[in-house]
Design a protein around this ligand. Structure first.
Ligand SMILES: Nc1ncnc2c1ncn2[C@@H]1O[C@H](COP(=O)(O)OP(=O)(O)OP(=O)(O)O)[C@@H](O)[C@H]1O
Length: 463
């Protein structure tokens, strides 16, 4: 009975099982021989494995190898039918120690190898996507994309680079639109936490009543209207990463106390929660308010101010770092043209006007204006006449004050050169107002166009 069961097991095995005698003659082979090697088992009984090797049907024969080496062996075979087979052979010795049989198992690896290849291919694809996502992420946050021509901005980038790898709290100070959020992202991107979340919270946009639940999260059923499953707060979301609290001056006093506690204890408890959990995040805060002034008015906690003010970085308004303006204009002109597949250009005089504008809304205003102009103006070249009144109006004011200055200067010392310059400037200003191009200006003034460019450069501080 047992013999029958054993026979069934061998016949139905997924492996090819072949038994040979001490001369290499096949005594038995199960049906898998056909499937794997393309050989009919019955017709090969009595054939020598050396013969089959010669015919190229077994390359090499595991049974022949075991006969030669007199020990168990394992090899990989590539069959004529295109299969890859892992063959293992065992010698069987009699009582006298003579090798009398070899039994071998051939395990078809083709499917596994194909799956392995597919898996590796998929892994390569996933890796490719991973790199692409990381590249895109880096590009989005990349500080190399940031314009810095002025020494001020270069120094800010240097400071950010130096402190990014530490966990020190950073306080970014400066008016709206100067790049506080951008610098905060840059810190995160250059830090060891760059692969972890960067959670940006604009404290001015969260209603006071929702502050606590948004920032600290809550357990299920903690208050009416709460989500049934409870909710993770923004601080928890920033665990292992960076929490950027923009407009921190807007943080209500009660929240300031709670935030201070989290910073001191590095633990957090959700609303309605019983247990505190450890939290690890790097804090960057930003404000356009005078926090020190707010401290003296009792609107901001002094202890929190000290906690935040570890590395204060002041980002000046754009008009205080004028050298960045031309490069920013070119950067956003190029970027917006690319974005909308346009080829718009600024007339040299337009550049001049934009370079001298005060930019009260800073880089954000500059970026928005360029986008507006590129989308709205149909002509390929954008002239000063296309600029909004707010910009040209400011220019006229500068112009009037500059004429007055020159007048005062020439009254003070009756210098002929200065008086001539005054007249020249007045004429150029008039031409500048009335003409669209430097060629038209040249015609109007009766000089060559390069002379107009030269004069515009000479008097550029008045335009
Ligand atoms: N150095 C820079 N080079 C190029 N673009 C910049 C630079 N700094 C800021 N920007 C761009 O200026 C715009 C405004 O920047 P950002 O939002 O960081 O300013 P902000 O100071 O955080 O403003 P707010 O206080 O209103 O939140 C963004 O589109 C940003 O990409």
């Amino acid at each position: 009975m047992l013999e029958q069961e054993l026979k069934k097991i061998i016949e139905t095995s997924n492996n090819n099982i072949t038994i040979t005698d001490e001369k290499g003659i096949i005594l038995y082979s199960n049906p898998k021989l056909w499937e794997i090697y393309g050989m009919e088992p019955a017709s090969y009984i009595g054939t020598s494995v050396y013969q089959l090797e010669k015919e190229g049907l077994l390359t090499p024969s595991i049974n022949a190898l075991v006969l030669k080496e007199k020990k168990a062996m394992r090899i990989m075979q590539h069959t004529q039918t295109g299969h890859v087979v892992m063959s293992t052979g065992y010698p069987i010795f009699n009582k006298e120690g003579l090798l009398v049989r070899v039994i071998s198992y051939g395990q078809d690896q083709t499917e596994i190898l194909q799956l392995q290849e597919q898996y590796e291919q998929l892994q390569r694809i996933v890796k490719g996507y991973q790199t692409e996502v990381e590249d895109l992420r880096e590009k989005e946050l990349d500080y190399h994309d940031m314009i810095a021509r002025s020494n001020t901005t270069k120094q800010i980038l240097k400071t950010i680079h130096n402190v990014a790898k530490t966990d020190a709290t950073i306080l970014l100070l400066g008016p709206s639109g100067v790049g506080k959020s951008t610098f905060a992202r840059s810190v995160h991107n250059q830090s060891n936490r760059k692969k972890e979340p960067f959670i940006e919270v604009n404290c001015s946009t969260i209603p006071e009543s929702l502050f606590e639940s948004e920032i600290f999260g809550y357990e299920p059923g903690s208050f009416t209207g709460a989500n049934k499953q409870g909710r993770q707060g923004l601080i928890e979301q920033a665990d292992s990463g960076t929490l950027f609290l923009d407009e921190i001056g807007e943080l209500p006093l009660a929240m300031q106390a709670k935030l201070l506690k989290v910073l001191q204890e590095k633990k957090i408890k959700r609303i309605g929660g019983k247990k505190e959990s450890l939290i690890n995040f790097r804090l960057i805060a930003a404000t356009n308010q005078d926090l020190k002034g707010m401290v003296s008015e009792g609107k901001f906690r002094l202890d929190l101010f000290y906690r935040l003010n570890v590395i204060p970085i002041q980002i000046p308004a754009l008009h205080e770092r004028k050298e960045d303006i031309p490069l920013l204009i070119q950067h956003y002109l190029q970027k917006t043209n690319d974005k909308y597949q346009k080829l718009k250009k600024f007339h040299p005089t337009t550049y001049e006007v934009l370079n001298h504008y005060q930019w009260p809304g800073n880089i954000r205003e500059l970026e928005n204006l360029i986008e507006q102009l590129i989308l709205i103006i149909e002509e390929p070249i954008i002239f000063p006449k296309h600029l909004p009144q707010a910009i040209t109006g400011q220019l006229e004011q500068t112009e009037n004050s500059s004429s007055q200055t020159i007048e005062q200067e020439s009254d003070e010392n009756h210098d002929l050169k200065k008086t001539l310059e005054k007249v020249e400037l007045q004429l150029i200003t008039k031409a500048y107002k009335q003409c669209k191009t430097t060629y038209e200006m040249a015609e109007y003034l009766g000089v060559s166009q390069p002379t107009v460019i030269y004069k515009l450069k000479k008097y550029k501080k008045y335009f």
